[in-house]
Design a protein around this ligand. Structure first.
Ligand SMILES: [Zn+2]
Length: 165
């Protein structure tokens, strides 16, 4: 099956995004960089890398703050990025913007055949989600909450992580 890519965007990563991808001790995994860079080139919505390689201390702070359920996040291994949409010069976590960024990552993941998981539907590969990311995300939340009564699904619409073979 071939995947059609939309026209190229004019978006490029700024200094902060490049620094996040370069990391402090080691960079974000080259395969994940390839996906997110292609995603930016075809995205309908501009985005920046808010969080690339995270230090152990940053990971712990997020766990304590409740924004992460794991002590050892994929960010600490350079295997995850948070791709946050830009809207009117500000970073935006608005779901409709995040879904556009997810569409771009989905197309890039399919085209490059590099499997990634999106924080909007943790239990499937992004490339294999059925329907738009928005529909797939709603289906994930229903699935999770049916399987785990009383527990709210952890959702992170800006998070993309590499799946290693
Ligand atoms: Zn993340």
């Amino acid at each position: 099956m071939t995947w059609k890519l939309p026209p190229q965007s004019s978006f490029t990563f700024g200094k902060h995004s490049e620094a996040e991808l370069a990391g402090f001790e080691f960079p974000v995994h080259p395969k994940l960089q390839a996906v997110t860079r292609l995603a930016l080139a075809i995205s309908g919505c501009d985005f920046g890398i808010h969080d690339g390689v995270r230090t152990v201390a940053e990971g712990e702070a997020n766990f304590v703050a409740g924004t992460s359920r794991t002590h050892h996040s994929k960010h600490q291994d350079g295997l995850a990025v948070d791709a946050v949409p830009w809207s009117n010069g500000k970073m935006s976590w608005r779901p409709d913007h995040c879904f556009q960024v997810a569409v771009a990552h989905q197309l890039a993941s399919r085209f490059l055949r590099i499997p990634i998981i999106w924080g909007g539907a943790w239990d499937r590969m992004l490339a294999e989600l059925v329907g738009t990311p928005k529909i797939a995300h709603q289906a994930y939340v229903e699935r999770f909450e049916r399987a785990n009564p009383g527990t709210k699904a952890l959702v992170d619409l800006v998070h993309f992580q590499l799946v290693l073979p």
